[in-house]
Design a protein around this ligand. Structure first.
Ligand SMILES: [Zn+2]
Length: 642
């Protein structure tokens, strides 16, 4: 998964309803045991569960799912996937199921939700019945979770199916089909498609691969072959709300053709047959990325592929998810592998899975030229500064953000810098793995690098999409094979213990140091332009939306000391109406004034003036070269010539 940081704050409004089940007697069941994978799947390759997804109402946020599920007579339980791979949490959107119906031979059957496991539905299967007809309406769009618009839809199959409880997802076979809206095209890694009119039927596929193979579809589309070698191909399947957003400039799309060659140079071999980078271009759907083994579900704003600023700010979206095919899908922490989607994932090693991938996704975005390699130091300055100015790190080690990820991913509240969030093991992960990379380069005299480790970790021999698990000890052992070093102590210090600052050793080793001055940071400027934000984080300790609403207040900053809070709306700065320019003027003149900056702000209907005692001027992070030291960052981000 790829997060855009800082995260947007969503307001969730919840409403509750009670569904009455009329008619048939309700089944009753004793308390069921915890989910496991001990049951034999009745849905086999020769007798699969069929799933027909009618997507013709996608434009108004609805699809109809109709399943024929092999069953046996007596008490039977169907489940809705709860733990979603790549989302690293119990995020199956249970509230999106509506109008659930079960029947056998045309006779309606009553179902009952389990009282403890809310993702389980019980039914009494009559004697002589070997399959159930099950259907429900899929509600595609919720607050902060939009999966369809008038012109585009994303199908994550885990959201549109039920399956037999306690089975192993490798052994539950499906035969999926979809009916598309008229004239729409689609992209997916599912194999053996047969299209007839608007209906597409796919070959039999085990549940784990079905869930790992999302499908994007839309009215306006562009299928770009990015790379081919023999029968192996990499596609970009793009779907846009507006047709003009598919007019990709040659200098932008051209860089994406370098993804496979650069990734193969990085890892040494591939573990996929065909790869589909699925991409929605829709402001309504927003920014998100979910990795899969032979595809990725990339979601970006309308102008992502047409505006250079978007590429600068978020150009690692597709490269990050592509890298996950190796790091996360082929190689995966053993505790993240579960036999089905009802069993909890243990997320401690996300500091490798996501932390290293944040570094590698960025690295590929620079090596491909999607982002210019010479801009990496400016980018890295924002990464370092954001972690160094985070008060929560004084009490909480990074590992806790990984262990708590299943719930921390969902957090939407205020003060993420005090609480720390799941975003931290991405951001600080980049610094830690840069530290690893530069350590290897220094200790080997430039002969080896993290690339050397990656060849041993996820390189040859070439395979299909299989998963090879790892432990922390195995990662440390592989690194020790590259250069002999106490990697266990290193990760213990940087990941498992409280550290007052993120690692600075990598910057020094690479020939750079961090400075703060009044010159705006190029990445922060691009991000603020896209998100309509104003950044005074390293000066006043505030971030704003463009209308003056305070997004964040940094603990112990001048604004914090003046008792400012998130959600306040600043109306005036030193008596002048709030704007980015007025704020900038106040910061500059405040350097030479004795008086505090006066912010007039509204909070819950009350106005008050806050005297912010700050005289340091505008302040933004940058990296500058340490004279006499080689520039290791330039070496790392240079395109591989292999
Ligand atoms: Zn990721």
């Amino acid at each position: 998964m790829r997060l855009r940081l800082p995260r947007a704050v969503f307001v969730l409004s919840l409403c509750f309803g009670v569904a009455e089940l009329a008619g048939a007697a309700r089944p009753s069941f004793a308390q069921i045991p915890e989910p496991n994978a001990s049951a034999t799947s009745l849905a086999t390759q020769s007798n699969p569960e069929t799933l027909l997804l009618d997507g013709r109402d996608a434009g108004r946020g609805i699809m109809q799912s109709r399943m024929t599920i092999p069953v046996s007579p007596g008490p039977f339980t169907l489940v809705y996937p709860q733990w979603v791979p790549g989302e690293h949490g119990p995020t199956g959107p249970l509230g999106n199921i509506s109008q659930l119906k079960m029947s056998a031979g045309g006779r309606s059957l009553a179902w009952l939700r389990d009282q403890v496991d809310l993702y389980a539905f019980h039914v009494d299967v009559p004697a002589g019945v070997s399959s159930l007809d099950v259907s429900y309406t899929v509600l595609l769009n919720g607050a902060g979770d939009v999966m369809s618009t008038r012109n585009v839809a994303i199908v994550n199959w885990n959201r549109v199916l039920l399956y037999q409880q306690n089975t192993n997802s490798h052994a539950v076979f499906f035969r999926p089909s979809i009916i598309l809206p008229n004239g729409w095209s689609y992209g997916t890694a599912l194999s053996n498609p047969r299209q007839s009119g608007s209906r597409v039927d796919f070959g039999e596929v085990p549940l784990n691969m079905l869930v790992d193979s999302p499908l994007d579809c839309g009215r306006y589309y562009k299928h770009v072959q990015l790379w081919r070698n023999g029968n192996a191909v990499q596609m970009l399947d793009a779907f846009a709300d507006k047709p003009q957003d598919l007019d990709f400039p040659a200098d932008i799309i051209g860089k994406y053709h370098h993804m496979v060659p650069q990734a193969l140079a990085l890892y040494g071999a591939r573990h996929w047959y065909d790869y589909h980078a699925l991409l929605t271009l829709s402001d309504a759907i927003g920014f998100q990325g979910i990795e899969h083994h032979q595809s990725s579900d990339n979601r970006a704003p309308d102008d992502f592929m047409t505006k250079p600023n978007e590429q600068l700010a978020g150009g690692d979206l597709i490269t990050h998810e592509f890298s996950h095919s190796w790091n996360g899908k082929y190689r995966r922490p053993v505790d993240l592998i579960q036999p089905n989607f009802q069993l909890p994932e243990h997320t401690e090693l996300l500091w490798v899975y996501e932390g290293m991938n944040q570094y590698l996704g960025d690295l590929l975005s620079f090596r491909t030229g999607i982002r210019q390699p010479k801009k990496y130091p400016e980018y890295l300055a924002t990464v370092y500064a954001s972690m160094d100015y985070e008060p929560g790190r004084a009490t909480e080690p990074l590992i806790d953000t990984a262990t708590g990820a299943p719930y921390l991913y969902q957090e939407r509240g205020e003060y993420p810098e005090i609480r720390r969030t799941a975003g931290d093991f991405y951001t600080e992960g980049e610094l830690i793995w840069l530290d690893v990379d530069t350590t290897i380069r220094e200790m080997s005299g430039g002969k080896k690098s993290l690339d050397t480790f990656l060849h041993a970790y996820a390189g040859p021999p070439e395979t299909g999409p299989i998963t090879v698990p790892y432990t922390r000890e195995q990662i440390e052992g592989l690194l020790d094979g590259v250069v002999h070093y106490d990697w266990h102590a290193f990760f213990q210090r940087e990941v498992y213990e409280v550290t007052p600052h993120p690692p600075t050793s990598a910057l020094q080793r690479a020939g750079w140091r961090i400075v703060y001055n009044g010159k705006p940071n190029e990445f922060m400027t691009a991000r603020d332009a896209l998100e309509h934000g104003i950044d005074a984080w390293y000066s006043l300790g505030l971030t704003f939306t463009s209308d003056g609403t305070v997004r964040g207040v940094r603990e112990y900053s001048p604004a914090w000391n003046a008792r400012m809070a998130p959600g306040m709306k600043v109306a005036a700065v030193d008596g002048q109406s709030f704007s980015s320019d007025v704020l900038d003027y106040a910061l500059k003149t405040g350097q030479h004034a004795g008086a505090p900056i006066q912010l007039l702000a509204e909070q819950n209907g009350y106005y008050a003036t806050y005297a912010v005692n700050y005289h340091g001027g505008p302040k933004f992070p940058h990296l500058v070269r340490i004279p006499g030291r080689p520039d290791m960052l330039a070496q790392i981000m240079a395109a591989s010539s292999r």
